[in-house]
Ligand binder design. Sequence first.
Ligand SMILES: *[C@@H]1O[C@H](CO)[C@@H](O)[C@H](O)[C@H]1NC(C)=O
Length: 312
Amino acid sequence: MSMKNRTVISQFLLLGLPILPEHQHLFYTLFLAMYLTTILGNLIIIILIILDSHLHTPMYLFLSNLSFSDLCFSSVTMPKLLQNMQSQDTSISYDGCLTQMYFLMVFGDMESFLLVVMAYDRYVAICFPLHYNSIMSPKLCVCLVLLSWVFTMLYSLLHTLLLAKLSFCEDNVIHNFFCDISALLKLACSDIYINELMIFILGGLVIVIPFLLIVVSYIQIVFSILKVSPTRVIHKIFSTCGSHLSVVSLFYGTIIGLYLCPSANNSTVKEIVMAMMYTVVTPMLNPFIYSLRNRDMKEALIRVLYKKKISL
Ligand SMILES: *[C@@H]1O[C@H](CO)[C@@H](O)[C@H](O)[C@H]1NC(C)=O
């Protein structure tokens, strides 16, 4: 394989965050704390769900998959950001950049698919409570999760291969803190028509269709509750789907804010703040959303700790 005639440059420079040098230490500490919180919070959720057999239900198995993909998602960008902030060396190799982009897409889209699968799970639980166990069989759950993984991997691979065909010229400065597909396309000096077309078509497939599916399942849920207890709709929805609804709003709120509300002047800063939101803040908040307002999780924590104490 001759890389020479495809790429002139062998590395990119990640410009990072627009932080003043005197604030560098403060932000380093802040990001490190956020990253450690993400790792710890999501790990606790995964371990709790594995250890406690009361939580071996479809909803919690999907949740542990979500936690796993959150954990990986922030591990794709945060260690590199922290390392760059500390070493003042902001370069990333060509291969490293493409690898980062690939995994960012894999785990980002996985989150989107898992949110749909979880919405479907809530829909079945509320609209067909008596058939829940037969519909959401372990086989179907594994199938849904596996399909999501396979699809998101193929999808990201396609985009990465298409990007690897582009040639890059002398400009290699990325105005962000990770290798994002849109940032890389801006730097390419060959024709990016196919890439943009694919993003438009397939991007719709992994963002818009999941979003519509979630909206449709919530509409079904609302109608089915309206039929049974019209006065207690809000209460019922929040008690059974509150956590899921919060995560969905956080995830799609950021995406919609990023792509549908363009601002003319400070677009770079806005893009970086939004990128910060979905790579750092969302994965950090998900475990809290799911554990703080969830009695099952709290009880499971107590059971697991109590069992450990007895066995000691
Ligand atoms: C993901 O979900 C599947 C299917 O429900 C389950 O078997 C598996 O243990 C989960 N994986 C993780 C890492 O939680």
